[in-house]
Write a protein that binds this ligand. Structure first.
Ligand code: ZN
Ligand code: MN
Length: 476
């Protein structure tokens, strides 16, 4: 029998607020020593009161807008009760039946060539728990992460392959960075994914019991874990057994899934309203203020780069990979005024290398969009040749000087008058009788060597094409 996977994802997104969700401790503890970034509120001392951080609501609204979700004018916090050492209060403050937003969707382009529309069920605000780890033969607890603000985003089971799940996460990460609400660094746990997986006969309209895979912390691991679980469930059904609703844990070291426990039901958590927090009420004025500068989203911008600038899809995809790069491109095109594809080529082939080696966003380059457009114009007008242009980019980026200043300071302007090039070529030929003879005897691959000699002697300034033309003429 053929089976089709049915996959829904729950992601926990760590917001990049300054402070935690219900107290004024710093939200980020990446470099802090264990249990140093805590206070009575987030470490669950008796009698303390939580105060909601407004920024958490604002960032949540941005995400809801990006997902075309229905933002709820009134939402509530609840207590989710469970006992675990990393949860000092004995409950997590979360939202249950009245979340911040419901509905919406995300379109996910899949490399196989189609778009998977993933429905969003709901998104809610909640606090993170602490961390436990085994060290020195003991179980240790770090409460620094308690109270770090999270948005939990729950999708419908619309995903059909492990690759679609991976692509969903890639697009979600891009979107979170794009709207500026999370660093979305999976290695640092800013984006944590649980996958609900079941399979059913192709065409069936019912759902079989699902398992929940927890603790998958990279996109590759999500893909691997889902593929393994699909395979396991197939083997169970084929052997005439049933799949039970387990919670599974992905073990990164052994690349295997282990059974953690039978899955809890909602009743196990004894949800009830958090009595220490007021409902979250959103008025139109606040919503409008939050959404006032809402950006054009990546896929829309990608489509516009294709239609407005005539870019190939490949270019548009790369240039909209990150918002600051897309902004950079558009600014450079505006300064340049010529064919946008020229700017795109320079960006993708050369400027991206500077970005990757510097590990910085495009907005922080010393090579500004204006300078890039000036370099491309210098090349267009043959004032400098392409290779000078490329080395110019690095010089501008390390010094912050303008292209024209560097060209005139270093005498980089291209030598285009034939006479001086001819003189140098004649020198080279006179000093290389053996190579000239070999060339004339048919070893035409020596042409590249001759061009190189001339370029070297003229410090790369002449146009290599002009050099080659004159060489061919003189070697006839
Ligand atoms: Zn605190
Ligand atoms: Mn949660």
């Amino acid at each position: 029998m053929d089976y089709e996977p049915v996959i829904g994802l729950e992601t926990h997104i760590q917001l990049n607020t300054q402070t935690k969700i219900f107290c004024s401790c710093k939200a980020d503890s990446w470099v802090a020593q264990p249990n140093t970034n805590i206070c009575p509120v987030c470490s669950g001392m008796p009698g303390v009161l939580p105060v909601l951080n407004k920024m958490v609501v604002e960032k949540g609204i941005l995400l809801a807008k990006a997902m075309k979700s229905d933002i709820q004018d009134e939402s509530f916090f609840d207590r989710k009760n469970y006992f675990y050492p990393d949860l000092p209060k004995g409950y997590q403050i979360s939202q249950f039946d009245r979340p911040l937003a419901r509905g919406g969707y995300m379109d996910v382009p899949v490399p196989a060539g189609y778009i998977r529309r993933v429905t969003i069920w709901k998104m809610h605000m909640e606090e993170d728990a602490g961390k436990t780890k085994n060290e020195f033969g003991r179980r240790l607890i770090d409460f620094n992460r308690c109270g770090v603000p999270l948005i939990e985003l729950v999708t419908a089971p619309d995903i059909r392959t492990a690759d679609e799940a991976a692509q969903y996460l890639i697009r979600l990460r891009q979107l979170l960075r794009w709207i500026g609400i999370s660093e979305a660094d999976m290695e640092r746990g800013h984006l944590r994914c649980d996958a609900n997986v079941s399979i059913r006969p192709v065409g069936a309209d019912y759902l079989n019991p699902k398992t929940e895979i927890k603790n998958v912390n990279s996109i590759d691991a999500v893909k691997d874990a889902i593929e393994k679980e699909i395979g396991r469930q197939k083997r169970e059904y084929e052997a005439g057994r049933k799949v039970e609703a387990w919670t599974l844990e992905w073990d990164e070291d052994t690349q295997t899934l282990k059974k953690m426990r039978s899955k809890e039901t909602e009743a196990d958590y004894r949800y009830f309203r958090e009595p220490d927090l007021l409902p979250v009420l959103l008025d139109n004025e606040w919503k409008e203020r939050i959404l006032a500068n809402f950006p054009e989203l990546p896929l829309d911008r990608r489509a516009r780069f294709i239609s407005e600038y005539g870019l190939p899809e490949y270019d548009a995809e790369i240039l909209t990979g990150e918002r600051s790069l897309a902004d950079y491109f558009e600014a450079a095109v505006e300064f340049y005024g010529g064919d946008p594809k020229r700017i795109s080529n320079w960006l993708i082939n050369d400027v991206m290398r500077l970005l990757n080696s510097g590990g910085i966003p495009a907005r922080d380059l010393k090579l500004t969009p204006r300078y890039l457009s000036e370099v491309v114009r210098l090349v267009d007008s043959n004032k400098i040749n392409v290779s000078t242009g490329k080395s110019l980019l690095e010089k501008i980026n390390s010094t912050g000087k303008s292209p024209n200043a560097i060209v005139s300071d270093e005498g980089l302007a291209q030598v285009s008058d034939d006479q001086s090039i001819r003189l140098v070529i004649k020198e080279v030929l006179a000093e290389s009788p053996q190579e000239v003879a070999n060339y004339k005897n048919g070893k035409i691959t020596l042409m590249g060597w001759f061009v190189g000699q001339v370029m070297k002697r003229m410090r790369g300034k002449p146009d290599p094409l002009v050099v080659k033309t004159i060489l061919e003429d003189l070697l006839k």
